[in-house]
Design a protein around this ligand. Sequence first.
Ligand SMILES: [Zn+2]
Length: 337
Amino acid sequence: MRILRRAGYRRLTPHKKSASPTTSGRSRITAMPPRERVPVDTDVRWIHGAPSPRRRHDPPLQVHELSPGTCLIRQSKDLTFEAPFILLLLGTERALLLDTGAVDGTELRRTVDRLIEGHAPAGARDTAYGLVVAHTHGHGDHVAGDAAFADRPRTTVVGHDVAAVRAHFGFTDWPAEVVTFDLGDRVLEVFGIPGHHAASIAVLDPTTGLLHTGDTVYPGRIYVEDPDALLDTLDRLVAFARDREVTHVLGCHVEMTGRPGRDYALGSRYQPDEPPPLMTVAQLAAVRDAFRTVAHRPGIHRFDDVVFCIGEGPRVVVPLQARALLERARWLLGRSR
Ligand SMILES: [Zn+2]
């Protein structure tokens, strides 16, 4: 508890100890007291790569302020086909950076420093204002920039495995327990969402109603590592989102095209027709319902908003790699669409 207090954490009553039953028969914690909801500015055209190597012109990072103190950052497809989204949330005492992207370099560090300098309250700027670098999960395209933050003053870089995540956020009942993390006048809620990766977390910012689901739910290919864990995770995500009046569900990538059920090829460097990275709670529920129908059938399963890739056998790998090779050839020839 000493560590929890020092780091600004408060733990709410675990689900199992609450007296307030839900319709599903589970118990739940009391939602954080509602604050005035800040609208999210979704009017942005994200950088989306180039149709050929010669026509690359995107900046390494694009920053869009979703709301005051809520910055969504995208890494360029010119640098990495993963083009992950990285979220920076700023409170009055500290900031939380969720992921460091797929590129090992100092560009993100410089950008985050600049954003903190611009947003941190006067007086805290040079003295006590802290930064926690945590991760939606531990895959390489979400942690590659960690090293650039290792020597940053007043900065904690959280480890990538379940033990490190549990210890840092103070979980005693992983993954279902909902813990809080206070950035200073901005109390986030955090819980475990294994299924894509064992150490995946979801983060709710009650200020905006934004629920960050990492690679677990996003408009793209959801790679399933543990189907049973993901079934449970999706049930908890849907129940939580409805309980908290979530406004947007944010993922780390976009891989779908504008056509329902059609994704860009793995490794695609050009996605001119991609949807935004924000989904609705209705879409989240549809993703949950869809996964229930295919959870134990290894292979590739297409639905309107997502494509489930279950298992790592040839039924999944061969078609993905074949399309990836074809798209790579098209891109090199300047014929990417
Ligand atoms: Zn991942």
